[in-house]
Design a protein around this ligand. Sequence first.
Ligand code: 5GP
Ligand code: ZN
Length: 117
Amino acid sequence: MSERDECIFCRIADGKVKSDLLHQDSEVIAFRDINPLAPLHLLIVPRKHIPSLVELEAEDSSLIGAMVNVANWLAKDAGVAEKGYRLVINCGPEGGQGVPHLHMHLLGGRQLGSKLG
Ligand code: 5GP
Ligand code: ZN
């Protein structure tokens, strides 16, 4: 089995697992989190399998900008941009990362707590 076949977010990006897809382009996809923590809870995911933020190579760092652009567009589209929203990247076990494929959470639609940790 290849790395992509073993990774849930690669499988979603490759169309092998269904998701509530809201955006896709050549680099980035976005879909609804299966276990939402806010009325709007989306995951913004690069198609490339990068296990975590700390493993992002300099040559791929523009992906983060692409992910933020998609997140901002989706926040505007969902109508939360004016009230506000939060973008989060968990990195590694102590950072709370559960799925070992780089992703950004977009949370919005309710008042979020001021505490991060
Ligand atoms: P992490 O804790 O790694 O930062 O976030 C992983 C997120 O992925 C969690 O919020 C979890 O609910 C979500 N998730 C895990 N598996 C799936 C899945 O198969 N489909 C979708 N849509 N979300 C998933
Ligand atoms: Zn992957």
